[in-house]
Design a protein around this ligand. Structure first.
Ligand code: UDP
Length: 329
């Protein structure tokens, strides 16, 4: 009996596979390799290349393998792209999940752990954000993830699906071994972009606005190590296996850092001056996003092990300095 990880060649998916295998689980991966990397696939996982929008492909995996539960990362996840190409997000994220659920129902597979996002909240009513707070996404990416959550809810009502949705805040860092890490093209995330400066690939880092209502005027985010996120997926699957009810959990450290604080910490870690320039705000960026993760801690027993920002950036730097071109040779 195995866990099927959809999108297991991507950033958070590959780190989750590493943790599942360390925990002694059998893992099957399906990934279309559109944004994932074959090099990120754990050698002990069984790999199928294919797309979740392809019903025949998804059926063939469920027929070939004994699957206990599904962890679903297979989605597009770039906020900016979702605003210029929203239908791509409806197609891959929503149509893909619809096909997946049809196939799961047909094959009697009733457990899914889902990769959701803080972008489901939009501009927060308050921080720290609770799972019961208003969800009004300000971008199409967050909208599709929220709709996917609702698809699970109604599939549960009709067909008895059991689901956990994990709403991540800012995923970052890399596996402590240095063998896998973040490799997006194009890269849009703050920490890998900052580290391109000491890596000689970028002259300076842009600070997107310094006139927010925060302590130094720059945006505040809750940065959470990718391995801690990975652990939460294992706990969530165990929770469902033990009969846990459908649930939604925030995943973050509950501590916010400004963009300037992140840059300062990267300077400390790398020993590089990392020049920074203030540029206009990026559209759709809320001033502050900080998670309340009390529910994940109390219900799932989740206990992040890499909460220190310096340690997070050290693991990221260890990956990026040794893999300046990501997985490309
Ligand atoms: N950011 C920035 N410069 C960059 C990239 C990001 O100032 O080159 C800021 C961005 O405005 C946000 C924070 O860094 O406040 C984190 O952005 P990221 O894209 O990493 O994650 P998001 O919070 O959008 O999920």
């Amino acid at each position: 009996m195995a866990i099927l990880v959809l999108g297991g060649a991507g950033y958070i998916g590959s780190h989750t596979v590493y943790e599942l295998i360390d925990a002694g689980k059998d893992v099957v991966i399906a990934d279309n390799l559109e944004t994932g990397h074959i090099e990120a696939v754990h050698p002990k996982a069984k790999f199928y290349q294919g797309d979740i929008r392809d019903r025949a492909f998804v059926d063939s995996v469920f027929e070939a393998e004994q699957i206990d539960g599904v962890i679903h990362f297979a989605a597009n996840s770039l906020v900016g792209e979702s605003m210029t190409d929203p239908l791509k997000y409806y197609d891959n994220n929503l149509c893909g999940t619809k096909v997946l659920l049809e196939s799961m129902v047909a094959h009697g597979i009733d457990k899914i752990v889902f990769s959701s996002t803080a972008a489901t909240y939009g501009e927060p009513e308050r921080v720290p954000i609770l799972e019961t707070d208003r969800t009004e996404p300000t971008n199409c990416y967050g909208e599709t993830k929220l709709s996917m959550e609702k698809m699970f809810k109604w599939t549960s009502v009709a067909h008895g699906l059991h689901f956990v949705s994990l709403r991540y805040f800012n995923a970052c860092g890399a596996h402590v071994s240095g063998s896998i890490g973040e490799a997006h093209k194009p890269e849009t995330h703050l920490i890998p972009l900052i580290l391109q400066v000491p890596n000689g690939q970028r002259e300076f880092i842009s600070i997107f606005g310094d006139d927010y209502d925060t302590k130094d005027g720059t945006c505040i985010r809750d940065y959470i190590h990718v391995t801690d996120l990975a652990q939460a997926h294992i706990l969530a699957m165990d929770y469902l296996m033990n009969g846990g009810e459908n649930n939604i959990f925030n995943l973050g450290n509950g501590v916010g850092f400004t963009v300037k604080e992140v840059i300062d910490t990267a300077r400390e870690v790398t020993g590089h001056p990392i020049p920074a320039k203030v540029t206009p705000r990026r559209a759709g960026d809320p001033a502050q996003l900080i998670a309340s993760s009390d529910k994940a801690r109390s219900v799932l027993g989740w206990n992040p092990q890499h909460a220190d920002l310096k340690e997070i950036i050290e693991t990221a730097w260890n990956w990026h300095k040794n893999h300046p071109n990501g997985f490309a040779k």
